[in-house]
Design a protein around this ligand. Structure first.
Ligand code: COA
Length: 359
């Protein structure tokens, strides 16, 4: 007997024949095809097979407890638990494009997880998602999953193996976020605009990272970056927002979206540190100072940080100039604390700034 579960807004119930058009629509959606194992191409017969055979079959042999997600009387997607024995199960979910963005899947998963942990006596639920599936990861985060790491070439998808995130939720875990996921808001002023990265920034990121000046002064950035390295850089920005206590913005002129540089606040809150690099086209015009000033204002205003630090290599006159122009104070020199991209050991000049010192 397949139970019906509801929180008054969404309902989980057994799949029915009239879910077929919804299953078909969801399965033809390119986002679903990108991130799940749904067959491609997909036909109405596949949707009928899913509703009439796969879902009931999972309940019959206890290989998958799959529910239809219903909102306001309409099919909105499917959620399931796949038991793995010994109190373990894997969670799976997917929504119709029109049903996303309303928190409905989250509600459905809360019902599913409560049911799994109580009625099925589960102890641990595991979540897998291909690296890059941020909506799925965000949902898992909201539900209280702990992302344990990344497993290379693990999840099968149509003949390939996908590198995947894995997370767990234990029965006793609070069903709420376990880590801080920082916001990445647009911050505008003084002709500059800090904004989140998009995939369209990758070519400019590659140019900026690969520039000889960047390569020389910032030895920790990827060496001789290609497009894939630029894409990884943008992906890492998301990862650091989610877990790394770091906000990294792309910045541009207020009236043109082309990336001119990058500015970040690292290790928020205790050891918050300002960092930046600028595309070669945008150097020497005071633009980095404007962008960095916006980040400083955000740090002391929105984030309420008590202090901001920054470091630059002693021979890096342009970067020292930015920090001086921001009104940051020298705190000292960390001798031989950095290496240039060419391998030379250099001193690192430390600065800091307090909220009441901002000009
Ligand atoms: C995963 C899925 C079910 C999520 O549905 P949803 O929760 O209704 O989707 P939303 O659009 O509200 O996105 C969820 C969250 O991700 C956030 N998000 C979306 N894109 C993001 C990105 N690129 N970076 C960071 N966060 C992102 C949204 O802002 C939202 O956050 P919020 O809850 O704080 O507002 C839906 O996207 C889907 O069906 N995807 C295809 C199937 C799939 O991927 N299933 C999971 C396989 S593991």
């Amino acid at each position: 007997m397949i139970p019906t579960l509801t929180d008054g807004v969404v309902t989980l119930r057994a799949h029915r024949p009239d879910d077929v058009p919804g299953v078909l629509e969801q399965s033809l959606d390119p986002v679903s095809q990108r991130w799940t194992t749904v067959p491609v191409p997909y036909s109405r017969a596949d949707a009928e097979h899913f509703v009439g055979r796969i879902m009931p079959g999972g309940w019959a042999d206890d290989s998958e407890w799959g529910f239809a997600l219903e909102v306001a009387g309409r099919f909105a997607g499917s959620v399931s638990l796949r038991p793995a024995g010994d109190g373990r199960a894997e969670v799976g979910y997917g929504a119709l494009p029109s049903a996303r963005g309303h928190g409905h899947v989250e509600r459905g998963l809360r019902l599913l997880l409560d049911w799994g942990f109580t009625a099925k006596d589960l102890r641990t639920v595991i979540w897998w998602a291909h690296v890059g599936n941020w909506p799925s990861r965000r949902l898992a985060w909201r539900l209280g999953f702990t992302v344990e790491g990344t497993v290379r070439d693990w999840q099968p998808q149509r003949g390939d193996l996908r590198t995947s995130w894995v997370g767990t939720l234990l029965r006793e875990d609070p069903r709420e976020p376990r880590t801080t996921w920082l916001d990445n808001p647009v911050v505008e002023g003084d002709g500059a605009r800090l904004r989140p990265f998009t995939d369209a920034d990758v070519p400019r990121v590659v140019e900026g990272l690969g520039d000889p000046g960047t390569q020389y002064w910032l030895a920790f950035l990827p060496r001789e970056p290609d497009f894939a390295a630029g894409a990884r850089y943008v992906e890492q920005v998301q990862e650091r927002l989610a877990t790394g206590h770091t906000i990294t913005w792309a910045w541009s002129a207020a009236d043109d979206d082309a990336l001119l540089g990058v500015v970040g606040l690292y290790r928020i809150p205790e050891e918050a540190e300002l960092g930046y690099w600028t595309h070669p086209e945008a150097r020497g015009r005071g633009l980095t100072v404007r962008a960095a000033r916006l980040a400083v204002r955000h740090a002391f205003g929105e984030l309420g940080l008590p202090r901001l630090a920054a470091y630059a290599s002693a021979p890096n006159a342009a970067s020292l100039g930015v920090l001086e122009a921001l009104g940051m104070r020298r705190t000292g020199v960390r001798r031989r604390a950095a290496r240039t991209g060419a391998g030379e050991v250099v001193d690192l000049v430390g600065y800091d700034l307090l909220p009441d010192e901002v000009g």
